[in-house]
Design a protein around this ligand. Structure first.
Ligand code: AMP
Length: 193
C-alpha cells in the first residue's frame, strides 16, 4: 500500500505513521526525521537544511525531492510506504508522481488528519522539540495553510479526511476504517462465484 499522510503540525502524523507502518507492514518515511538525522550527523544536506528547520520554513524542493527519491528507491519501499511530511507543496506532489511513474506505481490514498488550531498549538507546546518554540510553531502553521493545504485539492479524488481528536488508538481505528472503505471501493464489487 502506498500512502501519504497530510496534516497541520501537531495533528499527530508522526505518532499515527509509526503505528500504521507497523500494522500495514510498510516503511514509515518521514522527511522531517530524515532532515533531523542529516542535521545531527552534520552532513552537507544537514548543514543546508538546518536554518529552514530552525525557522519553520520549508527546505527548498530540490534538496527535499532528491532525498525522498533516494529513499523511495530503497528496496524496502518498493512494495509500499507511508510518507509522512512529503509532499508538502504542489511541485513536490508532481515530483512524487514522477518517481512513482518510474516504478509503474500510483498512490492508493492520501490521509488527511484534521484538528482545530488551538488543539494543535497546545499539543506542540507540550512536545518540546527544538523547533517547537511558539513563534516557530506559528510559522509552521502558516506555512502549512499557504503551501501544503493546496495539496488537499490536488489529491481530492483519493483523499480520506480523518478527525485527529481523542485517544491515539481511536484515531488509528478511524484511519484503518476509512482505509478499509477505500480498499473495498478500489477492489469493486465481488464477482459472484
Ligand atoms: P516535520 O517533522 O514533518 O514537522 O518537519 C520538520 C521540518 O522539516 C519542517 O518544518 C521543514 O523545515 C522540514 N521539512 C520536512 N518535510 C519537508 C518537506 N516535504 N519539504 C520541505 N521541508 C520539509
Amino acid at each position: 500500500m502506498r500512502l501519504v499522510l497530510i496534516g497541520p503540525p501537531g495533528a499527530g502524523k508522526g505518532t499515527q505513521a509509526a503505528i500504521l507502518s507497523e500494522k500495514l507492514g510498510v516503511p514509515h518515511i518521514s522527511t522531517g526525521d530524515l532532515f533531523r538525522d542529516h542535521v545531527s550527523r552534520r552532513t552537507s544536506l544537514g548543514r543546508d537544511a538546518q536554518r529552514y528547520l530552525d525557522t519553520g520554513e520549508l527546505v527548498p524542493d530540490h534538496l527535499t525531492s532528491s532525498m525522498v527519491r533516494e529513499r523511495l528507491e530503497q528496496p524496502d519501499a518498493r512494495p509500499g510506504f507511508l510518507l509522512d511530511g512529503f509532499p508538502r507543496t504542489v511541485p513536490q506532489a508532481h515530483e512524487l508522481t514522477g518517481v512513482l511513474d518510474g516504478f509503474g506505481a500510483t498512490l492508493d490514498a492520501v490521509l488527511e488528519l484534521t484538528a482545530p488550531e488551538d488543539v494543535l498549538v497546545a499539543r506542540l507546546l507540550g512536545r518540546g522539540r527544538p523547533d517547537d518554540a511558539v513563534d516557530v510553531i506559528r510559522q509552521r502553521q502558516r506555512v502549512y495553510w499557504q503551501q501544503t493545504a493546496p495539496l488537499l485539492d490536488h489529491y481530492a479524488s483519493i483523499l480520506l479526511s480523518v478527525p485527529a481528536l481523542g485517544p491515539v488508538e481511536e484515531i488509528t481505528a478511524r484511519i484503518l476504517d476509512s482505509l478499509a472503505g477505500r480498499t473495498r471501493l478500489l477492489e469493486g464489487p465481488l464477482e459472484p462465484s
